[in-house]
Design a protein around this ligand. Structure first.
Ligand SMILES: *Cc1c(COP(=O)(O)O)cnc(C)c1O
Length: 526
């Protein structure tokens, strides 16, 4: 029955699963593929040039009726799928927030799937819940949060923020959980966040029925941190109008520039007005493991709830997000459907993690975190983060030293934002005069203290130039960057977060950026 192609998998057996020995044989092939992938990853393009029609031609096929040999499936995966991914594990992946799957996490995912336990209840898989308790306490220490806080592993920061704000809404004492928000008179509930906060905050207020109109975006300062004076002003004005300030979302590591809101000052405002403080540390949280970062940023204990993403900065394969809430019971009050009098989990040390979120069936996420933290140790985790921060700093220095580029913002994390502002555009009259001054003032990086009036044409020229620059760099498919727009100005972002990224990748990146500038000017017709 076995053709030479089948790895011993009985292709015609229509019942049951593969025999364990066949699983092992096929698994060895998969591991060999993974090994090849990582051995060559430096030499393959980081992204694909294939368009949707090409991918459809490559991948679309009639629904398979007959069993197929696994080797053929694996070969198709290697030849048709993997080359057309954007490789987040590539050393030249610098886009968004660069993330990684480290080896112990990859292997843990395999075992997790093999065990396939459901971590919804303690009883449904005791050691899975017990291990979740252990890693939650470890992760709290890593980022600097209360070790005994309520916590839960969820599948993304966006969901976690929704859960936290749901807990805040329930803690406001309006019994929305039971009575709902319609057909009765409720105060207008207000949520505040910096204008640089993540779109997941907007989605949370949509889903919670608070309404986008009641998400108050507070302007940032010249380094894109929330203006606490303006925050307090907005809250005070709302109170005078009879609104109810519900929560503030502060950010440690804004999406655009990696800025950190002044947490202590925000916490003080929250205390004064009885607001819930949720901290979105999805990106920045674990860098608190680096002493110099922790000195600058502080710990996060002042926050009522906090979200941090191991799948961003702790080398963990997607998906793994941690949500903590130091107001014990608040998450459960929002989401548990077990009446209070039946709640025994705290007393005997057990916990039913289904009570902390909307999710019932839950992956055994704790295992991959347990393997990664133990495999690297705190020292190994810290050393890797320090390397990333040093690499980012070396890039920032190059940007600062180049006459045609300006750095934008400042972050304690390994994120470097910059834009091209050619030296020959600065200070003179004529097209794009004034753009440089405006860019400098807007981003707080160059000397200009007051924003020069900038003609729309100048902003447009600057933006076209930088968009063309990014296009050029990414078109090579040798490296992959992303962009943001801050204060109306197109800005390139380099997120250094990959375990394989070294100084030579940073050196080559900067050389490519600088060399692409003249061509980008031509592309943009400037
Ligand atoms: C990445 C990120 C998010 C969203 O995280 P997901 O896990 O992708 O949902 C939210 N906030 C910030 C600050 C982030 O960096």
């Amino acid at each position: 029955m076995n053709t030479p192609e089948t790895t011993g998998v009985p292709a015609q057996d229509l019942t049951g699963d593969w025999p364990p020995a066949d699983l092992e044989a096929a698994g060895a092939e998969v591991l060999r593929l993974i090994r090849r992938h990582f051995e060559r990853i430096d030499q393959v393009p980081v992204s694909t040039g294939a368009d949707a029609a090409t991918l459809r031609d490559l991948l679309d096929a009639p629904l398979p009726q007959e069993p197929e040999p696994f080797q053929r499936i694996l070969r198709d995966t290697e030849e048709r799928v993997i080359p057309h991914l954007t490789h987040w594990n590539h050393p030249n992946f610098f886009a968004y927030f660069a993330t990684n799957a480290a080896a112990p996490g990859i292997l843990a995912e395999l075992l997790t799937a093999a065990l396939n336990v459901n971590a919804m209840l303690w009883k449904s898989s005791p050691a899975a819940s017990a291990l979740e308790q252990v890693v939650l306490r470890w992760l709290a220490q890593l980022c600097g949060y209360e070790v005994d806080a309520d916590g839960v592993l969820v599948n993304g920061a966006s969901l976690a923020t929704f859960y936290a704000l749901a807990a805040a809404r329930e803690a406001a004492g309006l019994d929305i959980r039971q009575r709902g928000m319609t057909g009765r008179t409720l105060p207008v509930l207000r949520v505040y966040a910096t204008e640089h906060a993540h779109s997941s905050i907007d989605k949370a207020v949509i889903a919670l029925g608070l309404g986008l109109d009641n998400l108050v975006k507070i302007p940032g300062d010249e380094e894109f941190r929330v203006r606490v004076d303006l925050l307090e002003e907005a809250v005070r004005a709302d109170v005078e109008r009879g609104y109810r300030p519900l929560a503030v979302v502060a950010v440690a590591g804004t999406t655009s520039t990696g800025a950190v809101d002044p947490l202590d000052d925000v916490a003080a405002v929250c205390r004064r007005y009885g607001m819930w403080l949720h901290l979105d540390a999805a990106y920045g949280g674990f860098y608190n493991l680096v002493p110099s970062v922790r000195r600058e940023v502080g710990t996060f204990e002042a926050a009522d709830s906090i979200v941090v993403n191991p799948h961003k900065t702790l080398f963990t394969p997607l998906e793994a997000t941690v949500l903590y809430c130091r107001r014990r019971g608040a998450l459960v009050n929002a989401f548990s459907l077990v009446p209070e009098y039946l709640r025994t989990n705290r007393e005997d040390g057990t916990v039913d993690y289904m009570d902390f979120s909307l999710q019932l069936g839950r992956q055994f996420r704790a295992l991959k975190l347990w393997w990664i933290i133990r495999s690297f140790g705190v020292q190994g985790l810290r050393a890797r983060m320090e390397t990333q921060i040093a690499l980012a700093r070396s890039l920032a220095q190059r940007v600062d030293a180049h006459p045609d580029f300006q750095r934008v913002g400042r972050s304690p994390y390994p994120l470097v934002c910059f834009r091209a502002v050619p030296a020959d555009w600065r200070g003179g009259a004529g097209t794009p005069a004034g753009a440089a001054a405006a860019a400098g003032a807007a981003s707080g990086t160059a000397g200009a203290a007051v924003a020069a009036p900038v003609a729309a044409a100048d902003v447009d020229a600057l933006n076209r130039l930088n968009a063309a620059l990014l296009e050029r760099i990414n078109a090579s498919r040798e490296r992959f960057l992303s962009h943001t727009v801050v204060d109306g100005l197109y800005t390139l972002r380099v997120s250094v977060g990959n375990l394989r990224t070294g100084q030579r990748h940073i050196d080559a990146l900067w050389q490519a950026v600088a060399e692409a500038l003249p061509a980008a000017r031509r592309d943009a017709g400037l």
